[in-house]
Design a protein around this ligand. Structure first.
Ligand SMILES: *Cc1c(COP(=O)(O)O)cnc(C)c1O
Length: 381
């Protein structure tokens, strides 16, 4: 059996959590600030704000940028729904942008084509773990005076032109869900060099209140003020202790993910029935996902059939993602239709994500490659 468990929990992780469970403060205590400092240092940013999940991180980013009704935010059609949802939470309008066919990353040319006077921000998604072309995206954002956000939920541990993911955009959001590159159970982080945006997001995660209860306790006061409509998006101290412990092993896990990707790449090199996504020069890919595109012209069956056959053989394949504008909610609320992002829609019919996580052995990877190739050969024209 090939392991489906993507997270790696060590005895040190367990101990770190257990230690905090014995403390006075289970939440909003010293571990939160300690984790934020370590995370910010890891990605080379001045500030990190820890929140309850990656979706909350995106929502906090949209709040801090002041997204409100009437504002448009450009984002790729090929992403998890949460990227677009974060704009809608603030009353903004997500504008779906098509992707590059080879990498499935936001196409900067298409971004320029969809900018309007109402555009307030661009959310670039580091799909599969490959950082976007931030040099070009920053130039576009600066030229038009809009904010640049990185949805880096896949890309923690990666880099672009020697700069770590987390330091590439004005705001960079991460998820610490167990399937992601490291975990706190549920969890999220936003990194930034902008102290004012960080301050806004720290308020936002705590009901829009200007001080936390521990601070009031130590100052001997009950008084506080709520300045904006925030949420309870806090992350607990024991989760932050797990995060601190996990962060130390992250570089090793990324190296292993990259090794697995190289093994898949070489196994599939000679086959014309599938093609891995392309990787740009200057990129250190974090490989949250390993995505292949099926060459449907050479197959007698569609992607769904291939998916089912692989699942039946115990290979935990998946599909990332249904283009967001095709979801009924978006069709109904914003009137977006099939045909809006043809390249993302075409790619969607062909993509398959293969298992990739540090718990896979070389034998597992070789078995997956063999079964994938066998399954496609059997279905080839
Ligand atoms: C996982 C993910 C999210 C949401 O993160 P959660 O922690 O699950 O809320 C957002 N965007 C992308 C691209 C993701 O992969």
């Amino acid at each position: 059996m090939i392991s489906h468990k993507s997270q790696t929990i060590s005895p040190e992780d367990v101990q770190a959590v257990a230690d905090v469970l014995q403390c006075d403060w289970l939440t909003t205590g010293p571990k939160v600030a300690e984790f934020e400092r370590a995370f910010a240092d890891f990605v080379g940013a001045k500030e990190a704000v820890a929140v309850s999940n990656g979706t909350a991180a995106l929502h906090a980013a949209m709040f801090a940028l002041g997204i409100e009704p009437g504002d448009e935010v450009l984002l790729p059609a090929m992403t998890f729904a949460a990227t677009a949802n974060s704009v809608v939470y603030q009353g903004g309008r997500p504008i779906f942008v098509d992707v590059d066919v080879e990498s499935l990353l936001l196409n900067p040319g298409q971004v320029e084509a969809k900018l309007t006077a109402s555009t307030k921000a661009i959310i670039a998604v580091d799909y599969a773990g490959q950082p976007c072309d931030y040099e070009r995206l920053r130039a576009i954002a600066d030229k038009h005076g809009v904010a640049l956000v990185a949805d880096a939920c896949h890309a923690l541990g990666g880099s672009y032109q020697q700069r770590p993911v987390g330091s590439l955009a004005q705001l960079n959001t991460f998820s610490l869900h167990p399937v992601k590159n490291m975990t706190t159970g549920e969890g999220g982080v936003i990194t930034t060099n902008d102290a004012e945006l960080a301050r806004k997001m720290r308020g936002f995660r705590n009901h829009g209140i200007d001080s936390d209860s521990h601070l009031r306790e130590s100052n001997g006061t009950w008084y506080y003020e709520m300045h904006s409509l925030g949420f309870n998006y806090r992350l607990t101290d024991f989760q932050c202790a797990l995060g601190l412990s996990q962060l130390q092993r992250l570089p090793g896990w990324i190296a292993r993910r990259q090794e697995i990707a190289r093994q898949y790449d070489s196994a599939f090199l000679a086959s014309s029935l599938l093609q891995p996504l392309s990787v740009r020069a200057g990129v250190s890919h974090a490989y949250h996902l390993y995505v292949v595109k099926l060459n449907l012209e050479k197959l007698t069956v569609d992607r769904t059939a291939v998916f089912k056959r692989l699942r039946a053989r115990g290979i935990n394949v998946n599909v990332h993602y249904i283009p967001v504008h095709l979801h009924p909610f978006y069709a109904k609320k914003f009137g977006v239709r099939r045909g809006l992002c043809p390249l993302a829609e075409k790619a969607y019919r062909r993509i398959l994500s293969l298992p990739i996580h540090p718990n896979l052995s070389d034998r597992d990877v070789s078995e997956v490659s063999t079964v994938v190739l066998e399954t496609l050969e059997e279905a080839s024209r």
